[in-house]
Design a protein around this ligand. Structure first.
Ligand code: ZN
Length: 476
């Protein structure tokens, strides 16, 4: 890794610190080009195909994208549909665009087509209708990650229809199961069962993108190189229970609640890695309280007061250390009985270099109640292997950025969330979070209500990603 650290310093930080704040307000979008109209139809079809676990079908979405690829000229032999018989709705598709030069690189374009649940009654608009309003696209998956899925399908179609095939081979894998634990994960299944369909020199996935400031001005482009490990812990309290007309001081629900409040109050040790220091550098230039504190922490990593002040910004806090939060609760067996069991799910995002067991022991130490059991649930995700900062991958990202996003720094980022990239460690294949589509500071409602994406971010990101893939594949 050492060799790349210096390359990183040389490669990535493009713009001097002060240049960021003055980014001009973006010009209004010109009327759509015909290729953008065709692209928008793919995006709309994806967003409007419900792919939630509860009510949707990834298999249906994959079939629709496969039909578009076939119509564009992909022979049946280069389209592979896959689904597990026990999960018929969690299927996916792999498409291969064979290059003309067997010595050229093979690149995988990876995208999960499933989305997090969304309830119509909670949203302002129907989450499964693509709505374009005030410069935003709204819909479940508008940002995570049907935007990138649509760009990938569109890219494969355009390069398939190009006068000459690319030199390098391109593979597209649209998979299900990224957003849900314990169901069928297509990326994992492909890596385990059909590695030849997805194997390449490297892959591009979600997790990168870029960041706008709260005025919509471009702040950074991001290439994701690594992610925190995803781990759930079951926290359980049991109690003899009894009749609720005779409450006692010992109570499973209150005991669990006290334990969770301690978890809430605990901050895991804050630290910087090469990747997070580089990723946060632009943020430390912003003269707000969190930015100024971050700058102090950069200067003195032992200044924990500064770190805590910087962590007041939730985006900074997400990458400064391991984070754990209670996400699910279950307790009691009858309304008229004292609870005999109270259980919570505590979801942790573990900082690279820290282990699942270390984190469990930290939780036990914080709770400091031997009657409260803390167990790591079966790790359903392998540990992420950070991809190398390979100049042959990062170089083109930078070069294409200079054309599309002049003066915007390209920074490495460590994702706070987990992605399907973790499954490609099994076949020793580095996966990068692709830069290009810039998000808002508030997180665009991803996994939450009224998920949205700036129209400009999508079309500009698409143009960048198309040129980037062309650069990798040696396509003209
Ligand atoms: Zn996602």
């Amino acid at each position: 890794m050492h060799r790349f650290r210096n390359a990183l310093a040389a490669l990535l930080v493009l713009a001097p610190a002060g240049a960021l704040a003055q980014a001009p307000a973006p010009a209004p979008l010109p009327p759509l080009r015909p290729d953008q109209v065709a692209f928008r139809a793919i995006y709309q079809e994806l967003v409007e195909t419900n792919t939630t676990l509860s009510a949707g079908s990834c298999t249906a979405a994959a079939a629709k994208m496969g039909a578009r690829l076939k119509a564009a000229g992909f022979p049946d032999g280069d389209l592979t549909y896959f689904a597990d018989p026990t999960h018929p709705k969690d299927g996916g598709v792999v498409a291969i665009l064979r290059g003309s030069d067997p010595k050229a690189r093979t690149v995988l374009l990876l995208g999960h087509i499933d989305v997090v649940e969304a309830h119509r009654e909670d949203w302002t608009r129907d989450p499964f209708t693509l709505v374009e309003e005030n410069g935003y696209f709204y819909g479940r998956g508008a940002s995570d990650m049907k935007s990138i899925d649509a760009v990938w399908v569109d890219t494969m179609i355009r390069l398939k229809q190009a006068p000459k095939p690319p030199k390098g081979t391109l593979k597209l894998a649209l998979t299900c199961g990224e957003e849900t634990d314990g169901s069928f994960n297509g990326a994992d299944w492909l890596a385990k069962n059909r590695p030849e369909l997805v194997r390449g020199d490297f892959g591009l996935n979600e997790g990168g993108g870029g960041r706008l400031d709260d005025q919509g001005r471009r702040e950074t482009l991001a290439v994701q190189v690594g992610e925190k490990a995803y781990q759930d812990y079951r926290v359980t309290v049991t109690n003899p229970g009894g009749h609720s007309s005779r409450p006692r001081p010992d109570n499973a629900i209150y005991q669990l609640a006290e334990a969770l409040l301690k978890v809430r109050g605990y901050a895991f040790p804050m630290k910087l890695s090469d990747t997070t220091r580089a990723a946060l550098a632009p943020r430390a230039e912003r003269a707000d309280p969190a930015g100024l504190a971050l700058k102090r922490f950069f200067a003195n990593p032992a200044d924990l007061e500064a770190a805590r002040a910087a962590a007041a910004d939730v985006s900074i806090n997400a990458v400064l250390h391991t984070n754990c939060v209670a996400t699910l609760l279950a307790a009691g067996h009858a309304p008229n009985a004292l609870a005999q069991r109270a259980t919570a799910n505590v979801n942790c995002r573990i900082f690279p270099g820290e282990s699942v067991e270390q984190t469990r022991q930290a939780l036990v130490g914080v709770i400091a109640d031997p009657a409260v059991k803390v167990e790591a649930t079966d790790p359903d995700k392998p540990l992420a292997v950070p991809p190398p900062l390979d100049p042959a991958v990062i170089g083109p990202m930078k070069a294409v950025a200079a054309k599309h996003f002049p003066a915007v720094p390209l920074v490495p980022s460590m994702a706070a969330g987990a992605s399907d990239a973790v499954y490609f460690g099994q076949i020793h294949m580095p996966i990068y979070g692709v830069p290009g589509i810039m998000g808002d500071p508030d997180g665009n409602g991803v996994h939450g209500l009224n998920e949205r994406l700036r129209v400009r971010s999508l079309y500009e990101g698409r143009d960048y990603m198309f040129d980037l893939v062309k650069a990798y594949a040696g396509a003209s």
